[in-house]
Design a protein around this ligand. Structure first.
Ligand code: PEP
Ligand code: MN
Length: 356
C-alpha cells in the first residue's frame, strides 16, 4: 500500500503517517519525490484497512498496489529509477549504457587487454565472470578470488566500473568488496536467499532473467532485493529457453517495453546469451536499443577462438567497435544518447588499441 501525501505536506504530517503505519505493525518507507512525498507500507501479506490512514492530515490518497510485486511496480514509484554504477555511469535515465567484456576473466593480460579494447570502442563498464555458473562441472569454472583481483587491476588501468557475477552468499560478500555491480545470473534468478543477501550488501545489482522465468517471475525476484532496502537494481533480458535449436535462447524483445510499463526499474539487454551466435549479436543489440533498452551487455573477447567460455557468441573487438558505431544513430533517433566513456584514472597514459 502506498500513502501519497499532499503537495507541500508538513514533515510532522509525514511523521504521523509513519508512526501510524508502525503502530499498525508494518514497516513505513518514506519516499520523497519531485512532486510529493509518498510513504510505502511494507510487510503486509493481505489488504490493509486504510481508513485510519486516509483520515490523517496531509494525506492525499491511499493506493492499493494491485500487482503481486509492490516496490518494483510503477504504481509504487511512477518515476524511472536510475542506478549509478560509477560517477557519470547511470542506468535508467536518458542515456544508454554499453557494458562489455569477456564471458570469463582468464588472465591478467586477457582482461586488461579486453578492458582497453572495449573502453576504446565506447563501453562504459567492464563485464567478466570470476565465479562462473557452468552447465557442466567439467567446464572452466572461473578464477574465483584471483579473477576479482584481476578485475580490480583492469579497473585501475581503464577507469571502467566492474560488473561481475556472484553465485552464492559467500561469493556475494567477496564480489561486493571489489565490484561496482553484482550480477545475479539466469541460473540464480530464483535463489531467494542470494537475492536477500545482495539486497543487504548496498551495491547495485544486475539481475538477469531466468531461462524459464516469466516477466512477472523476474519482477518478483527483483522485489526480494528491494524488500531488503536496495532499490539499485538493473534488470536484464537474456533470452529464454525455446523449442527451437536454431538459437541458444529465444531473445524476448517484448520484455523490454513490458518491463518499462510495469516497473520503474531499468532494463538492459544481453544479446550474447540471448542468441548464442556471434553473427546475431549485433542485429539483436540494435533491436534491443530501438525497443527502449537502457543499455546492452555484450560479450567481447580479444581472441574469441581461444576463449575458455562462450567464445562462439563473443564479438571480436573490431566487431564490437562497429556495433557501437551502429548504435549511435539508433539511440539518437529515439531521443537518447550513449553514455560517454568515463575518464581515464589519474596518472594513466592513453593505450593504443589494435583490433587485429
Ligand atoms: C554470463 O553473463 O556470462 C552468464 C553466465 O549469463 P546468464 O546467467 O545470462 O547465462
Ligand atoms: Mn557467458
Amino acid at each position: 500500500m502506498l500513502v501519497v501525501m499532499r503537495h507541500g505536506a508538513a514533515p510532522s504530517e509525514i511523521e504521523r503517517v509513519v508512526r501510524t503505519i508502525e503502530e499498525m505493525g508494518y514497516e513505513a518507507r518514506p519516499m520523497p519525490g519531485a512532486q510529493r512525498t509518498a510513504v510505502g507500507l511494507v510487510g503486509n501479506d493481505g489488504r490493509v484497512d486504510a481508513s485510519r490512514i486516509e483520515a490523517l492530515p496531509g494525506v492525499a490518497q491511499v493506493i492499493h498496489v494491485t500487482q503481486p510485486y509492490k516496490q518494483v511496480s510503477r504504481e509504487w514509484r511512477p518515476e524511472d529509477t536510475i542506478v549509478t554504477l560509477a560517477p557519470g555511469v547511470r542506468v535508467g535515465g536518458p542515456e544508454v549504457v554499453i557494458i562489455a567484456g569477456p564471458c570469463s576473466v582468464e588472465s591478467e593480460e586477457q582482461i586488461v587487454t579486453a578492458a582497453h579494447q572495449v573502453r576504446a570502442a565506447g563501453a562504459v563498464a567492464l563485464r567478466g565472470g570470476a565465479f562462473k555458473p557452468r552447465t557442466s562441472p567439467y567446464s572452466f569454472q572461473g578464477l574465483g578470488e584471483r579473477g576479482l583481483e584481476l578485475l580490480a587491476v583492469a579497473r585501475a588501468e581503464t577507469g571502467l566500473p566492474i560488473v561481475t557475477e556472484a553465485m552464492d552468499e559467500a561469493g556475494a560478500h567477496l564480489v561486493a568488496e571489489v565490484a561496482d555491480c553484482i550480477q545475479i545470473g539466469a541460473r540464480n534468478m530464483q535463489n531467494y536467499s542470494l537475492l536477500r543477501t545482495v539486497g543487504r550488501l548496498g551495491k547495485p545489482v544486475l539481475l538477469k532473467r531466468g531461462m524459464a522465468a516469466t516477466v512477472s517471475d523476474l519482477l518478483l525476484a527483483a522485489e526480494y532485493i528491494l524488500a531488503e532496502g536496495n532499490s539499485q537494481v538493473i534488470l536484464c533480458e537474456r533470452g529464454v529457453r525455446s523449442f527451437d535449436p536454431a538459437v541458444r535462447n529465444m531473445f524476448d524483445l517484448t520484455a523490454i517495453p513490458i518491463v518499462h510499463k510495469l516497473s520503474h526499474l531499468p532494463i538492459i539487454a544481453d544479446p550474447s546469451h540471448g542468441t548464442g551466435l556471434r553473427d546475431q549479436v549485433t542485429p539483436m543489440a540494435r533491436a534491443a536499443v530501438a525497443a527502449g533498452a537502457d543499455g546492452i551487455l555484450v560479450e567481447v573477447h580479444p581472441t574469441p577462438d581461444r576463449a575458455l567460455s562462450d567464445g562462439a557468441q563473443s564479438l571480436y573487438p573490431g566487431q564490437f567497435a562497429e556495433l557501437v558505431g551502429e548504435l549511435r544513430p539508433i539511440v539518437s533517433a529515439i531521443g537518447r544518447t550513449l553514455t560517454p566513456v568515463p575518464a581515464r584514472p589519474a596518472g594513466t597514459e592513453p593505450v593504443a588499441v589494435g583490433y587485429g
